[in-house]
Ligand binder design. Structure first.
Ligand SMILES: [Zn+2]
Ligand SMILES: [Zn+2]
Length: 469
């Protein structure tokens, strides 16, 4: 058997594992690379296999870095089945269409630029878009969804089961039972992204007792998050301070999960009247769509969220909350004062948040809150790293607003959570592959679990191919 690491290897984005058992060719995830234009070029590379020969694709959850190249795989000939949970499918549909639309717009824009003779983009932007809406339609036809915990036997060489990863709505870990060349059963566990314990709305990650080979994420393998209560106190203090000075709070948010968790939290604050007289705007059509999917699947909620609904509270709405759909209304937010504005994209690489940052970043009274991981090379990361001058839409801005990172909102487990998850394997896995982390973080985490848990580990390189028996 061979396992090849086609993304998420010594980097956090582009997750993609290619498992060739000799009889079956399986992909787990088909994510897109995100970050600098250098990194994003990798999205256009050829797959090192014939897409039409892949039998199955498993998607752990609907984040772009885990599913983003799926329609491209289909465009290049993949006709097999795609397995995931129902919420993952519905959220993936939103992400695919949004991405196809953005690519079409980028393309139109770069064509206009080229026509004017003012081409400034990098080489690859001149290429075809990665995929179109038609490719997305074809992709959606291949999905087959399953609930958590159901064992599915596909044939005598493959059985699988999805388990709750507690990361975003519908997120799963994949357990795969396959046969090696000698007909021996081997079990793989692909962790996907592992959620933080005690996250809002969704349940905690499940623990898995057995595996021969584990491919796991380690995004925060070198860090401990502040605890949830401290984070909420900090969040509340920022809101109160902004209210006092009539300043704005800009929150770049990921459309899926982070947005809904923030609204959930704000609904509690506003419901108890801890904060009032401070409007909250969700300026993201994509996040509004994603929230509809959240409403559709209450059976995926944890106990607290379920209890809230039973009491008749709508966790995704409150009096001073307003969802902004159209562009005109979004533009009017330029004159907002003493408001909370949540907008995408989560890493400030595009979307409406870019305008809000340009409007607000130079005022030292304003606040910018980061509640999610910022990939290296993105505008979000530059702001978090406190670069004094940042470029927004080609113009320089002094970064003078107050910058906060609320790690307690993270949808990823921290170092302790990840180690705890590993400790729960009853039988020591033959090997643990540490993926989905910046290189230094992955290496540090790998060394730590080698020493403390006595595990055999590897931090694979991009495109590295490992032979397994
Ligand atoms: Zn994720
Ligand atoms: Zn991820």
């Amino acid at each position: 058997m061979e396992l090849q690491f086609l993304g998420g290897a010594r980097t956090v984005t582009g997750s993609c594992f290619y498992l060739n058992t000799g009889k079956l060719k399986i992909l787990v995830e088909c994510g897109a690379f995100q970050g600098s234009s250098e990194i994003e070029k990798l999205n256009y590379e050829d797959f090192p296999f014939e897409a039409s020969e892949i039998d199955y694709l498993f998607l752990t959850h609907a984040h772009y870095d885990h599913i983003g190249r799926t329609p491209l795989l289909v465009k290049r000939g993949f006709k097999g089945k795609i397995f995931c949970t129902t919420p993952t499918k519905e959220l993936a549909r939103i992400i695919f269409f949004d991405s196809a639309r953005l690519q079409k717009e980028d393309r139109a824009r770069s064509n206009r630029k080229q026509n004017k003779g003012g081409w400034e983009g990098s080489e690859y932007e001149k290429d075809e878009p990665l995929f179109t809406e038609e490719d997305v339609e074809n992709t959606l036809k291949l999905f087959e969804t399953y609930p958590y915990s159901e064992s599915v036997t596909l044939n005598e060489d493959l059985e699988f089961r999805l388990r709750d990863a507690g990361h975003i709505l519908g997120s799963s870990m994949v357990e795969l039972w396959v046969k090696n060349e000698n007909g021996r059963a081997r079990k793989f566990v692909f962790s996907g992204d592992i959620g933080q314990l005690g996250q809002r709305i969704i349940r905690d990650p499940e623990y898995i007792r057995e595996a021969d080979y584990v491919c796991m994420e380690a995004t925060y393998g070198n860090r401990l998050h502040k605890n949830k209560d401290e984070t909420m106190v900090e969040f509340l203090a920022i809101l109160k301070e902004a209210k006092r000075t009539q300043a704005n709070v800009i929150i770049p948010t990921f459309a899926i999960e982070r947005t809904q968790e923030l609204i959930y939290e704000l609904n509690l604050f506003y419901g108890k009247k801890i904060i009032k007289g401070m409007p909250v705007y969700l300026d993201s059509p994509m996040a509004i769509e994603a929230t509809k999917v959240f409403r559709k699947f209450p059976e995926f909620y944890d106990e607290d969220a379920t209890r809230l609904i039973e009491k008749g509270d709508d966790p995704f709405d409150f009096e001073e909350f307003e969802a902004i759909q159209n562009v005109e209304a979004s533009k009017r937010l330029v004159s907002a004062k003493g408001a909370v504005i949540m907008a995408g994209s989560g890493m400030c690489t595009g979307g409406r948040v870019v305008h809000h940052l340009a409007n607000n970043i130079e005022n030292p009274n304003n606040h910018i809150i980061f509640a999610g991981y910022q990939v290296r090379g993105t505008l979000g990361r530059r702001i978090v790293d406190k670069e004094p001058i940042v470029q927004i839409k080609g113009k320089d801005y002094e970064s003078r607003a107050q910058i906060h990172t609320l790690g307690g909102f993270s949808a990823h487990g921290d170092e302790r959570d990840l180690r705890y998850w590993l400790r729960n394997f009853g039988k020591t896995p033959r090997k643990v592959f540490v993926c989905h982390a910046d290189e230094d973080v992955g290496i540090a985490f790998s060394e730590k679990i080698q020493m403390e848990l006595g595990l055999e580990t590897k931090v694979p390189n991009y495109k590295e191919l490992v032979k397994l028996d």
